[in-house]
Design a protein around this ligand. Structure first.
Ligand SMILES: Nc1nc2c([nH]c(=O)n2[C@H]2C[C@H](O)[C@@H](COP(=O)(O)OP(=O)(O)OP(=O)(O)O)O2)c(=O)[nH]1
Length: 149
């Protein structure tokens, strides 16, 4: 339908290492959610599926290569859920965030300019400041990391 407003679809990945840690990225200070820790990923482009977007985003953001077959859907979060409170200053819009887990990739993850990467251990996770949608997803990410790291 013309003018129909759809939710913004975002795909993200929890890369896990052999120590059961999860790679997270601190957003540049001058962007939406600046300074918060989140999963690498980004918006789906028109006509793009979530796995294709994931492969593209990790190449662009981290300079690594993942195969769709190594990515496992872990869950999703949407900001129309009760209890999700937007970060002050962030635009009000419906977002659906799809999280995949992945324990195999090629290359060494490198942060894009202005961003910071951290391999996060489960005990540190609680103290990280994250966007509201990432809080429930982080639990799924660490369960996956424990089982697959
Ligand atoms: N990548 C990512 N985005 C998240 C997470 N949690 C969360 O609320 N978001 C939101 C922030 C943004 O509204 C949206 C993704 O935006 P983005 O700026 O990363 O997307 P993009 O890479 O396509 O960036 P751009 O082309 O707009 O610069 O999803 C998360 O864990 N990872």
């Amino acid at each position: 339908m013309a003018g129909e407003q759809r939710a913004l679809m975002v795909v993200a990945v929890a890369l896990v290492d052999h120590a059961g840690r999860v790679l997270m990225q601190r957003r540049p200070a001058d962007r939406e959610h600046g300074g918060l820790w989140e999963f690498p990923g980004g918006k789906l482009e028109p006509g793009e599926g979530p796995l294709a977007a994931l492969v593209r985003e990790v190449d662009e953001e981290l300079s690594i290569e993942v195969s769709p077959g190594d990515c496992v859907p872990l869950g999703f979060a949407a900001n129309d859920a009760p209890g999700i409170v937007a970060v002050a200053g962030a635009p009000r819009r419906d977002v659906v965030l799809l999280l995949y887990g992945c324990a195999r990739w090629r290359g060494e993850p490198r942060a894009e300019e202005g961003a910071e990467l951290g391999w996060i251990a489960p005990d540190v996770c609680e103290s990280l400041e994250m966007p509201p949608l990432d809080v429930p997803l982080a639990r799924l990410a660490f369960e996956y990391a424990q089982a697959n790291g």
